[in-house]
Design a protein around this ligand. Structure first.
Ligand SMILES: [Zn+2]
Length: 338
């Protein structure tokens, strides 16, 4: 029997870009080359580890290593990085999830492995909703430890659709290429956003809708705000694009951010753009949001979605499961402290 693979605690994906790809696209046990040809799979090779060092000084014994990769037999090899808590005695060699070789007290302390982007770009954002707070690593370690068990190749979480395989090796199932698409750097999404960015700061075209035909003129500003409160983000933009009265009714930044964060928390690129500059921009953005809602959803029926974004949305769902446990633990800690 050879070694075995372990998977990212956050996304459930492999730690190797060497996935099976079939140029013909006919093999059911291989990804299709035509799908992955333009994708950079390099992000899969990177791994960092979260662990506890009992010998670290101070109360917080947790550490986050620098970047490295997966070796085999559950062992990872990383660079120490900047965290002073990383134990130095074993040349940054760690065992992921569970030390099968050790028995009882001789078991080595294990770490949790993840892709750096899954941690920094997705989990960090999900837990603190864009606020510039850092994850408390000791609390996160506790959360992951609670979820550690079973076969010790990933956590006991719902990893979403398509379900990443959790076998001895990574199976590259045809049609599930989405699982290896970079969830943070998404060129298709950049192209869509370029259209929006190009419209920013363009002078608004005046009088697209003459005021006297605009029925929303008859509503007081308070009532217009009540209308906005009832609508999803895309419809708010569509309404503003169609009515000058609604366009000129200002929405607070907090309201808008909150609306976007609750509907599309995983589309962070849009959260900080001022999309209310012109009706043209509102129109474009409204269509983009509608399109993205659809194209961020994986389906086994066709390839009509943005691969990286569908993967991001799936991973966001995993991060939300971690987030609720994390915040719960944090709340309990502050309750005991006070
Ligand atoms: Zn990952």
């Amino acid at each position: 029997m050879g070694g075995w693979a372990i998977f990212c605690a956050i996304c459930g994906g492999p730690f190797s870009s060497q996935v099976n790809i079939d140029p013909e696209g006919t093999d059911e046990d291989c990804y299709r080359d035509e799908v992955l040809r333009d994708f950079n799979l390099g992000w899969l090779d990177d791994l960092c580890a979260l662990g506890i060092n009992p010998d670290a000084p101070g109360n917080d014994k947790s550490f986050l290593t620098g970047v490295g990769g997966y070796f085999d037999y559950g062992a990872v090899e990383v660079v120490t990085g900047e965290d002073p808590n990383v134990p130095l005695q074993n040349n940054a060699h760690f065992i992921a999830y569970h030390d099968y070789a050790g028995i009882g007290d001789t078991r080595e302390p294990h770490i949790f492995p993840f892709h750096p982007i899954c941690y920094k770009d997705i989990l960090q954002r999900c837990i603190y909703q864009g606020k510039s707070k850092q994850i408390r690593k000791d609390v996160l370690f506790d959360v992951l430890e609670d979820l550690n068990g079973g076969r010790y190749v990933r956590l006991q979480l719902i990893y979403g659709e398509p379900e990443p395989p959790a076998d001895q090796i990574w199976y590259s199932n045809k049609g599930q290429e989405v699982l290896v698409a970079n969830p943070v750097r998404i060129s298709k999404l950049d192209a869509d956003f370029d259209l929006i960015m190009k419209s920013l700061d363009k002078k608004a075209e005046q009088d697209q809708n003459p005021q006297d035909e605009d029925i929303f003129n008859k509503l007081s500003p308070e009532l217009r705000h009540e209308v906005f409160k009832l609508l999803p983000a895309g419809s708010i933009l569509a309404l503003k694009a169609a009515s000058l009265a609604m366009h000129t009714t200002t929405l607070s930044r907090e309201f808008w951010k909150h609306r976007l964060r609750s509907e599309m928390p995983w589309l962070w690129e849009i959260h900080d753009i001022d999309v209310f500059q012109s009706q043209e921009l509102e129109d474009k953005t409204s269509k983009l949001l509608l399109d993205i809602q659809k194209k961020s959803q994986y389906t086994s029926k066709n390839d009509d979605y943005i691969f990286g974004l569908a993967n991001r949305r799936r991973i966001w769902g995993v991060c939300e499961q971690i987030q609720s446990r994390y915040l719960e633990k944090l709340k309990n800690i502050s309750n005991t402290d006070s």
